[in-house]
Every structure is written in structure tokens, then in C-alpha cells.
Design a protein around this ligand. Structure first.
Ligand SMILES: [Mn+2]
Length: 103
């Protein structure tokens, strides 16, 4: 059985509360459930107050096999923002506009 969790958007404190409510507990810094696995549906970043903390909760769960994840459009945008455009030297796959840079 799986718990599907999407659109955390940097809200690590709420994620911790949700995991606890679903029966996950923290062992050696990693949240795990005795019977179930979490599937994160992407959009970990952008907007929220605790983006790094969110990733520090989610990534160890995945690495330890207690969770799976798919990428959200916000992660895709972040990767494209940091990936040079092979066809346009000096540019990136996602434009470095003021809006994108702020995000
Ligand atoms: Mn979203």
C-alpha cells in the first residue's frame, strides 16, 4: 500500500505533521512506515519557506527505499534553468528572466 503525497512546495513542517499522522516515524533521521511506502508526486521546491528541509526529509526516504518519487514541473523547470542550451551558447534551456531567476 502506498501513501501519495504531492505539492509540498517547501512546507517541511506540514510534511512532518502529515507523515506523523499517516503513521511514519523517524529512525536515524529517516521517516519510515512499518508497512507502507510513500510516493511523492513532485513539486518539492518553489514558493515555500523550507525548501532545503523538505529535500532533506524526502531524499533520505527515497535513498533508504521508504519512498518513491516522480519529478514535478517545478523540478523540471529548475533543471532546465541550470542546463546550458546546446544550440545557443551562453543561454539556458529555461530563460534566465527576472521571474524565473526569482523563482
Ligand atoms: Mn504544484
Amino acid at each position: 500500500m502506498y501513501d501519495l503525497i504531492g505539492d509540498i512546495h517547501g512546507h517541511a513542517s506540514e510534511l512532518v505533521k502529515l507523515l506523523a499522522a499517516l503513521g511514519y516515524s523517524r529512525h536515524k533521521g529517516v521517516y519510515k512506515h512499518p508497512e507502507r511506502q510513500a510516493i511523492f508526486l513532485g513539486d518539492f521546491i518553489d514558493r515555500g519557506p523550507q525548501i532545503r528541509e523538505t529535500l532533506e526529509i524526502v531524499r533520505p526516504m527515497i535513498d533508504a527505499g521508504f519512498a518513491l518519487s516522480v519529478m514535478g514541473n517545478h523540478e523540471l523547470n529548475a533543471l532546465a534553468y541550470h542546463t546550458p542550451d546546446p544550440d545557443k551558447p551562453g543561454e539556458y534551456l529555461r530563460k534566465h528572466s527576472d521571474k524565473n531567476t526569482k523563482q
